[in-house]
Each structure stands twice: as structure tokens, then as C-alpha cells.
Design a protein around this ligand. Structure first.
Ligand SMILES: [Ca+2]
Length: 327
């Protein structure tokens, strides 16, 4: 950019980027990602799709609606996916969404949930009618997108890019043999939940940006981060984020910025290196859902956080500042 063009650009009103968020209700992860998205000024959030995955769908939809209402965005449509997936998540992982749904901060007012349109039908009609290409942020499996692509393949041309938290390229997967004895442990759960759906997206020409475990492993949720969340409690979204993040300690296991990292990329891509890669997807067998770097594999971009501490600082700064709707 040349310096002389700056005044003209400064006067030009920036156009918000249209985005659809498709999540699978993992608590706290998917909702932390939503809490960050709701702080972004340059995003036009067109709708939030609740897909099956690491959740109970009714509770996931309820939390999603209550979060949108808390953020003054109750008019953003919430869509119900009828996709089913293939491999069910371990039951204990899915339960905490019910606790999130009962948090007082999300229940300050009585809430009447409107009927939820079918996500696949809505996605096809939204994209078909879109005048500008839409970004998809997907922090669950591809189960819903795959159905939409099958229903109307031409929607591909209306998708600017798909940012996906999923895959494990040069690190171990997180599908445990304790939970899935027939699996070899090489896959990441968002790919393993519905490998044929991932294969459908692999067959598409969609621009794909991966946020794999290789990236998320670099950003653990540190105790210090939880303590710093207490300093952003003066905003509603910051307060909610701190309460949600406490769920990260429920099982005493290591927790990472997974979905939140992919959302941070949407808001602040400059905090990431992005490299081209070629990745094969194994759709069945003992490695079902494995995403394997391989010459000749599907081309995609892969994100890598430059500085994990800068990611923490970024999300805290977002939650410290009042959102575009003033909460
Ligand atoms: Ca998720």
C-alpha cells in the first residue's frame, strides 16, 4: 500500500464481510468462538448453524440463542441441522452444554425460542441468494455442509472460503483408543465424527483453511489466561467468556484454544502464518478421519499461530472492549 492512498481509504466505509458460523455445541469451545465472533466489527454474521457433534442439539441451540440475545443480536437466525454424523462423541464430553444453558448470565430474561429453520435448506437458499461470496467458519464436522453441497453443488461458487477447525497433520489425533477401540488414534474428532462428509468437502473445489491440532496444540488454555479473563468481566461477552472458560477444567485434562483459535483467525489473520499444503483424507478403516499430508493430496491452506501469547492478548482485548452492539 502506498502512503498517499491512506486518506482515501480511511474515508471509505469498510464493508462487513458476510460470515456464517456452523458449530457443534462443544462447551466451552464452540461458545467461546461465538463469544469472540460477536465482538468483531467487520463481520456480518448472517446466521449460526447448530450441527450435531460434541453436544446435545436442543441445549446447543438454546445456548446459541441466549448468547445472541445477550449480545443484542437476537435477530441473527439460528438453524437446526438434521445431519446425523457417523461416530458419536463420548457421552461425558457432551453434557456440559446443559450447565452452560443454565448460567445466570444467559437467563436474565425469559426467552421464547422461535422455530428453527432447517440448516441445509437455509444454507442453500442463503448462499444461492448471496450477492457477495460468504465465509464459512466451521468448528464441528462437515456433516451439514456436505448435505448442502449434495443438495445444491452450485453453492460452491458463493463460498469465499471455509475456515475449519479440524484435522491433525503432523501430530497425533485426538480420537482415543479408550473411546474408540477399533481406531488407531490418528484422526481428529471433527474429521472422525463424519468421515464421508469430510470426503465430500475434500472432493469440492472450495478454498479451505485448516486450523488443525498442529496449530491448536501450540495454544493451551493456561491458568493465567483464566485469571486474566477476570479482568474483562465489565463487558457482558467478557464476563460470559470467563464463565464458559471455567468448563475447560471440568475433567482435569489439557485444554486448548481449538474452535476459539479458528475464530481468532477470522478476526485477526495477521496473527497467523498460513502455508499451502496437500492433504489426503482417509475416509474409512482403522484410520477413518485421518488427514495425512501427502504429495498430490487435496490442496488447502493451513494456519499456524505466530505467537500463542499474542492470541491470548488478542481475544482478551476483544472481550475487554464493548462489542459493536455496546455489550
Ligand atoms: Ca466444536
Amino acid at each position: 500500500m502506498i502512503a498517499s492512498s491512506l486518506p482515501a481509504l480511511a474515508q471509505k466505509k469498510s464493508v462487513a464481510r458476510p460470515l456464517i458460523f456452523d458449530h457443534d455445541g462443544g462447551t466451552p469451545d464452540d461458545f467461546l468462538a461465538l463469544a469472540l465472533l460477536l465482538t468483531l466489527k467487520d463481520i456480518d454474521l448472517r446466521g449460526v448453524i447448530c450441527s450435531p457433534g460434541v453436544t446435545h442439539l436442543e441445549a446447543s441451540m438454546s445456548v446459541t440463542r441466549k448468547m445472541l440475545a445477550l449480545a443484542g443480536r437476537a435477530t441473527v437466525p439460528v438453524l437446526r441441522s438434521v445431519a446425523r454424523g457417523v461416530h458419536a462423541y463420548p457421552t461425558p464430553w457432551r453434557r456440559s452444554v446443559w450447565v452452560a444453558d443454565a448460567l445466570p448470565i444467559l437467563n436474565q430474561r425469559a426467552f421464547a425460542a422461535p422455530a428453527a429453520p432447517d440448516a441445509v435448506e437455509w444454507l442453500v437458499s442463503q448462499l444461492t441468494a448471496a450477492s457477495a461470496a460468504v465465509t464459512l467458519l466451521i468448528t464441528g464436522s462437515f456433516c451439514t455442509l456436505a448435505l448442502a453441497l449434495d443438495r445444491q453443488p452450485s453453492i460452491e461458487s458463493k463460498i469465499a472460503e471455509v475456515v475449519w477447525m479440524g484435522g491433525a497433520l503432523r501430530v497425533a489425533g485426538n480420537v482415543s483408543r479408550n473411546d474408540e477401540p477399533s481406531h488407531d488414534g490418528s484422526a481428529e474428532w471433527n474429521a472422525y465424527f463424519d468421515p464421508p462428509a469430510a470426503a465430500r468437502v475434500w472432493r469440492s473445489k472450495l478454498p479451505l483453511v485448516l486450523c488443525p491440532l498442529d496449530a491448536t496444540n501450540k495454544v493451551p488454555v493456561r491458568r493465567e489466561f483464566q485469571q486474566r479473563l477476570a479482568t474483562v468481566r465489565h463487558t457482558a461477552l467478557g464476563d460470559l467468556a470467563g464463565q464458559l472458560n471455567a468448563f475447560a477444567y471440568a475433567n482435569g485434562e489439557e485444554f486448548y484454544f481449538w474452535d476459539l483459535l479458528a475464530a481468532a483467525y477470522v478476526g485477526a489473520p495477521a496473527l497467523f502464518r498460513v502455508k499451502d499444503d496437500e492433504v489426503a483424507l482417509l475416509a474409512d478403516g482403522a484410520s477413518a478421519g485421518r488427514t495425512k499430508p501427502e504429495p498430490g493430496g487435496r490442496r488447502m491452506k493451513v494456519m499456524d499461530p505466530i505467537d500463542p501469547r499474542a492470541i491470548e492478548d488478542y481475544v482478551l482485548a476483544q472481550w475487554r472492549t464493548r462489542s459493536p452492539t455496546g455489550v
